[in-house]
Design a protein around this ligand. Structure first.
Ligand SMILES: [Zn+2]
Length: 220
């Protein structure tokens, strides 16, 4: 019976088939005549045979977890994508670009009219917004120069207006028909004279071109 202790120690190795040839023979010889050791070996073998099943379960759980993780990644990516697209759309809808003189036919759509001494900037059709460059002046060649605090009072000073449109035409009032128009009070002729402002012009800041809308010389 003393042998049982040694065999018990060897049994797990034997069950896993990793013991030496000598030990294997010893164990086999012993269990022929020892029911106790034999049943222990059977129990061990049962556990060993269960393990592949356990592995399969573990593998299934891992796969399931991976599937969930994949789904989470996909959902997060989709959410991020939606936000990026919405952001881009929002940006495009809300960003303006200047209306150049030719494309928007400014000479036929923007003009200045005088009503009881008040000069009105009139826009046929629409624009999403407009900027004014005030006061500003032209050099001797008539080129528009951007606003500068130390502008030359002896040059022809003027007020420039630039109309803006939404970058996506669908969201802007590109149609320069008569459906929508607005007029903006620039100031009285008197007032402009006091400020030494002799002209009102449309300023196309895309092409750095100006289109004269009103000049004091011609209107006096
Ligand atoms: Zn035994």
């Amino acid at each position: 019976m003393k042998n049982c202790d040694i065999v018990m120690d060897l049994l797990p190795l034997y069950a896993d088939d990793v013991c030496s040839e000598e030990s294997r023979k010893e164990v086999e010889e012993h269990i022929k005549g020892c029911t106790s050791c034999k049943s222990t070996l059977e129990k061990l073998r049962k556990n060993v045979s269960i393990s592949p099943q356990k592995d399969a379960e573990v593998l299934k759980r891992i796969k399931k977890r991976l599937r969930i993780e994949k789904l989470v990644v996909v959902l997060i990516s989709a959410t991020v994508l939606v936000f990026v697209l919405l952001g881009t759309l929002f940006y495009l809808i809300n960003s303006d670009c200047s209306m150049d003189i030719e494309r928007y036919d400014i000479p036929n759509n923007v003009y200045v009219s005088e009503v009881d001494g008040m000069l009105m900037l009139c826009v046929k059709g629409g624009a999403s917004s407009f900027d004014s460059v005030y006061p500003t002046f032209s050099d001797t060649n008539g080129n528009h120069l951007t606003y500068d605090k130390d502008y030359d009072k002896n040059s022809k000073n003027g007020i420039g207006y630039t109309l803006k449109q939404r970058k996506i035409s669908r969201f802007s009032y590109v149609d320069m028909g008569n459906l929508y128009s607005f007029a903006y009070q620039v100031g009285t002729v008197e007032n402009l004279k006091e400020k030494n402002i002799e002209k009102i012009f449309y300023y196309d800041d895309v092409n750095n071109k100006e289109f004269i809308l009103w000049e004091s010389d011609k209107n006096d």
